[in-house]
Design a protein around this ligand. Structure first.
Ligand SMILES: [Zn+2]
Length: 456
């Protein structure tokens, strides 16, 4: 596509009629006109078009265990996050490069079908299943980059530092042997990925930041080395997902995790704090003041029994936030946004909480705009919607299908974000190009083989 005409397009937080979008050769929006008539040439025309969203937190290999940890283990009464993690390690220890590439392409295509056009991959599987280094230590990073390129989704790769099994416990456990890497090595990987994207002319579709697995997995010295060595790229970290993690942090570092980061490291706009579930009001105010952001993964946080993020306080302070599907029990942006709002409604026994605490009118608009702006920051890419210079990503929605069918156009976003069943994209564009996210028959077969290999 170089041009696209929308009877209604979601622009700057509201619907605009008769929008003509035009992308340049670099895949950026170069011209946006309003109140235009439908062109009579062969410009594609759609009734309802929204910007693509960023999936700001993904562990692609976990797609292979989505819905396969939903049974109570009789040997483990009181199932929780830590029990789930044991099962997750079983997959992490088995999946090889080829299976990872297939699973990632399968997953990234599912994301595109749902309306995500960019994914931030929090990637900590670095070594071979036996714990040895691959001849090319960046093999699995390159595998993920290839899978994203084949699917047609934009990728922010976040090679992840994982050094310690827990607070005050040096080294990794046997089950964590594939996660081993060094701060210096990861900085080299990040620079290599950036150079690769540049040399292939794909820097608008592939970029790299870094991630720190969590405060329990890194020490202050390595954390500072990464933060100082990284430059302007995004920096992600799991933080305060579990109450036990907060307790351990208090015991070993003397402060709550986010407070420690604020005081001892200093946060800035590069920082994306993933989950931040058990974060207090002062910490949320500190995140907002620092210009840092949180990455919320409501369906995974619900699935793992993590707890509930304090969305009202975060919105009141103007904390930037994005969404991620994390463990991929869900892969649809609308369901993440629904979970985000519904968790608060169940807890506080009120309605339209995101809208109220953002001092806005529409719940869907607050949720969509938050995810859009925050996702752009989390990915380090220009993905903030239909504005000149932003990457030309767009998602057309089928207004002749449930849940949009029969809904007045000014409620289409409410229907897409809050409606059921979650509506897939009718057409997706990434960087100005139409993408067909549906898997080939070969990929379907390969995915089935991967699952059989892991689970039979
Ligand atoms: Zn995660």
């Amino acid at each position: 596509m170089t041009r696209l005409w929308c009877a209604q397009a979601w622009v700057g937080g509201g619907w605009a009629p008769g929008v003509l979008l035009e992308a340049d050769a670099q895949g950026r929006w170069a011209r946006i006109e309003f109140d235009t008539e439908a062109p009579e040439d062969d410009t594609p025309q759609w009734e309802c078009v929204v910007p693509g969203l960023v999936n700001a937190h993904s562990h692609a290999f976990q797609r292979t265990m989505a819905t396969l940890a939903e049974r109570q283990d009789p040997n483990r009464p009181g199932d929780d996050f830590w029990g789930w993690r044991e099962r997750m390690y079983q997959v992490a220890l088995r999946i090889g490069p080829q299976a990872l590439e297939i699973a990632a392409e399968w997953l990234y295509r599912e994301m595109l079908q749902a309306g995500f056009t960019q994914v931030c991959e929090f990637h900590y599987l670095h070594r071979a299943p036996d714990g040895s280094e691959y001849p090319d230590g960046d093999l699995l990073s390159l595998v993920l980059a290839r899978a994203a390129a084949r699917a047609g989704i934009g990728l922010t790769l976040l090679p992840t530092l994982y050094l310690h099994r827990g607070f005050g416990q040096p080294g990794l456990s046997e089950a964590q042997r594939r996660f081993a890497h060094t701060a210096e090595g990861l900085l080299r990987t990040q620079a290599r990925l950036q150079a690769l994207a540049q040399s292939e002319g794909r820097a608008h579709l592939l970029n790299a930041g870094l991630a720190l697995h969590s405060l329990r997995a890194v020490d202050a010295q390595s954390l500072r080395a990464v933060a100082q060595g990284l430059g302007e790229a995004p920096l992600h970290i799991h933080v305060a997902e579990q109450t036990r993690e907060v307790d351990d942090c208090l015991q070993h570092l003397g402060q709550r995790p986010v407070q420690w980061l604020l005081d001892q490291i200093g946060l800035d706009a590069r920082w994306n704090l993933v989950h931040a579930t058990h974060t207090q009001a002062e910490e949320l105010a500190g995140i907002a003041q620092a210009g840092a952001a949180v990455v919320l993964c409501p369906s995974t946080e619900a699935n793992l029994g993590d707890g509930l993020f304090d969305l009202p306080t975060a919105l009141s302070h103007g904390v930037n936030w994005s969404i991620g599907t994390d463990s991929h029990v869900n892969r649809h942006p609308a369901l993440e946004l629904q979970w985000l709002e519904y968790g608060q409604r169940l807890h506080l026994r009120q309605r339209n909480l995101a809208a109220r605490h953002a001092q806005a009118h529409s719940t869907a608009a607050v949720l969509f705009e938050g995810a859009l702006r925050g996702g752009s920051a989390a990915s380090g890419q220009a993905l903030a919607g239909f504005e000149i210079g932003q990457r030309a990503d767009a998602v057309a929605l089928d207004t002749h299908n449930t849940p949009l069918l029969g809904v007045p156009p000014n409620h289409w976003l409410d229907a897409w974000v809050m409606g059921q069943p979650a509506l897939p994209a009718a057409q997706v564009w990434v960087a100005g190009q139409a993408v067909d996210p549906h898997p080939s028959e070969d990929l379907r077969e390969s995915w089935i083989e991967v699952m059989r290999g892991l689970w039979e």
